[in-house]
Design a protein around this ligand. Sequence first.
Ligand SMILES: [Mg+2]
Length: 394
Amino acid sequence: MSIPVIKHVRAFVVRGGGADYHDQGDGHWIDDHICTPMSKYPQYKQSRQSFGINVLGTLVVEVEASDGTVGFAVTTGGELGAFIVEKHLARFVEGAKVTDIEKIWDQMFNGTLYYGRKGIVLNTISGVDLALWDLLGKIRNEPVYEMLGGAVRDELQFYATGARPDLAKKMGFIGGKMPLQYGPSDGEEGLKKTIANLATMRERVGDDFWLMFDCWMSLDLNYATRLAHAAKEYGLKWIEECLPPDDYWGYAELRKQAPKGMMVTTGEHEATRWGFRMLMEMGCCDLIQPDVGWCGGITELIKISALADAHNVLVVPHGSSVYSYHFVITRQNSPFAEFLMMAPKADKVVPMFNPLLLDEPVPVNGRMKSTELDKPGFGVRLNPDCTLTRPYTH
Ligand SMILES: [Mg+2]
């Protein structure tokens, strides 16, 4: 059998939304006084853009095969990611067979181990990996989810992340996750405001709708424990990413101290099977939230997910649109998916990577049929109206 080889890999940068979903204009809920590890500095409290959350921008990786087929993927990584792809990773990709995904991943990871391991290097490796899956799907004329073993259910169901769970409920979602707006630097007053806000939301959405808090690494163990217990009477389903990602010991203790039945979740800023192995073997959480564009791509998520299965830990990937959907629908221990509400007021459903992708499916009434994913690869196209720049070549 003649299998095409990869002829070219190219890396581009795009600004304004896309995979770097924090890169939004003024007045967006995602940048409105969200509690972060930088909130202790008054000048960085109101806006995450003020400390540089959108500094990277989107990285677009394109891979072209010898038969002319082009696959691509997007992630957060911008110009630094583009440098790593063009100047370092390209050597492992070009000339390889389009089916060499496992070998390319191993070479990219081990070839960058002396400066990589986590963070932007893993974002970049993820971007290349996802582009390779897209390419292979296009060559085989198969959706990625079919290549992963096929759907285990007919449709995905979603919870919504955003400032307005009450509106998300009306739109058919199964739950709403709110950003935490006050943390340790806001004192007792802040904790009271948080609980009052939760109580208001609980009243608006009724007893059965899930409510969660995303704490974006902003708390300490004592504060997180107090928040979890104060939120118990309002039926908080889970408390997310309370502590810095490296504080495995803190997470293990928080999970012991959290109210029974309330899940402790984390992992959005964790990477690779080894990072998640730490979370699971130390008993840090009930549910992991790897971002497929940051944790190492689909190739690594398969391994992370298998490990989670054996630890009775649920896998509900962070955001990431089609790159998550194609995975979640193939796994029994990923029973639902996240949808980030990217409308500035969280009052309507817009594509998560808006405006960068065309044909990006969105949930309707909080659900998405597997047939929505029935296109080769990840089934999306780059929007030609977005300006791509290629800062480096090789
Ligand atoms: Mg989160």
